[in-house]
Every structure is written in structure tokens, then in C-alpha cells.
Design a protein around this ligand. Structure first.
Ligand code: NAD
Length: 253
């Protein structure tokens, strides 16, 4: 898949860019010549991704953001446009896992945290970015999950949040289809990142590990980033509202 240089003169905003899939997306877009804003709750990891990009000759800026906070999101989008003058591609990628417990064990606080980051975060960032994306006829790539298209691979709040991201993606795609803004979602299966190594409970990991054996192996973050690059490119100019499993065949089964 080739991407033309003209296509690459874009501003790309990646949330959760300090780690895992978002880091890989940031590096992949920067390698194409795009200007990348790496936004994360952790300023330190965002800065690390930016340092990697700059060491490779790319252009990037680090920002701290809490995607579940309206003011923080508004400041991030304003800083992006003020740094680079436009916003062409939004990768709504920041996310947290829940405890993978059964429904009776999910506290309201846990529910609200997961929905707040994974779903409300995507809404807030997309809403703040839209005026700029309408101007640039840009595109949105939401990182949903396999848990956005089936019920057996995340806890209740994570699964509900990611199903919400899928619905929101379709809504945006349909709503803005005549105005040239596209929205698509990728649904990773298991990807080798901190979220599966750190936050997941032993019980949850066991459940996922069974699934990963079905897929053959866990993916690397770069295998998600390459799909985001495609979805943001002119090669995908007629791809809108797609909910794309990137899971080694798990969903197919
Ligand atoms: P990760 O933990 O490596 O990265 C997530 C990043 O999001 C972190 O850098 C974290 O600091 C950031 N973040 C968390 N809360 C935030 C907030 N409130 N505001 C801003 N940033 C915040 O995990 P990852 O696997 O790279 O996750 C990226 C996305 O992929 C998530 O949305 C996750 O749900 C999704 N996903 C991951 C897998 C997997 O197997 N790794 C599978 C399906 C979907």
C-alpha cells in the first residue's frame, strides 16, 4: 500500500500515543512525513514517543490530556491546531481495561471510569475535533476492540464502552458522509501492550489467552498502526463507517 507524499502533509492527533497501539500509530504516521501530536494522560510517555519520532527525523509534539475531561480535550485540540494549523486525522485511541469481573462485582465507580475514558472520551475528542476535520475533510479512526463486536472478551463496562465506540463511529460516519469526513473503527483482538500485561486480572487474561490461541498469536502494535495508516489514506477514500476486526481471524470464528 503506497501513500503519496501529498497525502502525507497532514496533522495527525493520536490519543493514548504514549504507549502500545497509540505509540505505534504515532510513529507510523510520522514516518510518512505527517506532523503528529502525541497526547496521553502520561506526559512522560507522550514525550518519550515524541523523542523517538524526532530522533528518526520526524515532526511531533507531546501533550498531556485526560480524554474524559471536557476542558482538557478542548485545550488539546486548540493546542494541536495552534501548533500545526490544521487537523486532518484523529486517532481516538486512548483506553482503559476494566477488571473483567462479573456484572455483580462491577462498582459504579469502575463502570463510570471505563465508560468515561473509552466512550465519553471518544465522544469529547471527536466533537472538539469535528470543526477542524470538516475544514480539512479529514478522517477519524477510533480504536474500538473485539469487545466492541462480541460479548465474550472483556468485562461488562469495557464491552459496553467498546460497543458504544462502534455505534458512535457509525453515527459519525453516516452523519458527516456528505461533508467529506470519514469515521472508521478498528477492532483489535489481542495486542502485545501494557493494557494486557499490566491491568488485566489473572482471570481475564486466562480467558483472553484461550482466545489468543485461536488467533495463533498476539499481534504487535505495528499491525494495528498499519491499518490506521490505510484507513486515513486516500486509498480508503470510500471506506466510511467500517468496523474492522484486526484480530488474526478470531471474529471470523
Ligand atoms: P496501553 O495501555 O499500552 O495504551 C493506552 C494508553 O492510553 C496509555 O498510554 C494510557 O496512558 C492512555 N490513557 C489511558 N487513559 C487515558 C485518559 N483518560 N486520557 C488520555 N490517555 C489515556 O494499551 P493499548 O493496548 O495500546 O490500548 C490502546 C487502545 O487499544 C485502547 O483503547 C484499548 O482499549 C484498545 N485495545 C487494545 C487491545 C489489546 O489487546 N492491547 C485489544 C483491543 C482494543
Amino acid at each position: 500500500m503506497s501513500v503519496t507524499p501529498e497525502q502525507s502533509a497532514r496533522t495527525v492527533l493520536v490519543t493514548g500515543g504514549g504507549s502500545g497501539i497509540g505509540r505505534a500509530m504515532s510513529i507510523a504516521f510520522a514516518a510518512l512525513g505527517d506532523r503528529v501530536v502525541v497526547a496521553d494522560l502520561s506526559e512522560e510517555t507522550a514525550a518519550k514517543t515524541v523523542a523517538e519520532i524526532q530522533a528518526a527525523g520526524g515532526t511531533a509534539t507531546a501533550l498531556r490530556v485526560d480524554v474524559s475531561d471536557e476542558e482538557s480535550v478542548a485545550a488539546m485540540v486548540a493546542a494541536t491546531v495552534s501548533a500545526y494549523g490544521s487537523l486532518d486525522v484523529l486517532c481516538n485511541n486512548a483506553g482503559v481495561l476494566d477488571s473483567m469481573g462479573v456484572l455483580e462485582d462491577i462498582s459504579l465507580a469502575e463502570w463510570q471510569r471505563t465508560i468515561g475514558v473509552n466512550l465519553t472520551g471518544v465522544f469529547l475528542v471527536a466533537r472538539a475535533a469535528l470543526p477542524h476535520l470538516l475544514e480539512s475533510k479529514g478522517s477519524i479512526i477510533n480504536t474500538a476492540s473485539e469487545a466492541g463486536i462480541r460479548g465474550g472478551c472483556g468485562g461488562p463496562s469495557y464491552t459496553a464502552s467498546k460497543h458504544g465506540v462502534v455505534g458512535l463511529t457509525r453515527s459519525i460516519a453516516y452523519m458527516y458522509r456528505e461533508q467529506g469526513v470519514r469515521a472508521n473503527a478498528i477492532c483489535p483482538g489481542g495486542v502485545n501492550t501494557n493494557i494486557v500485561q499490566g491491568e488485566m486480572s489473572e482471570q481475564g487474561f486466562g480467558r483472553l489467552a484461550g482466545v489468543l490461541m485461536n488467533a495463533g498469536a498476539m499481534a504487535e502494535p505495528e499491525q494495528m498502526a498499519s491499518v490506521a495508516v490505510f484507513l486515513a489514506s486516500d486509498a480508503a477514500s470510500y471506506v466510511n463507517g467500517a468496523i474492522m476486526p484486526v484480530d488474526g481471524g478470531w471474529f471470523a470464528g
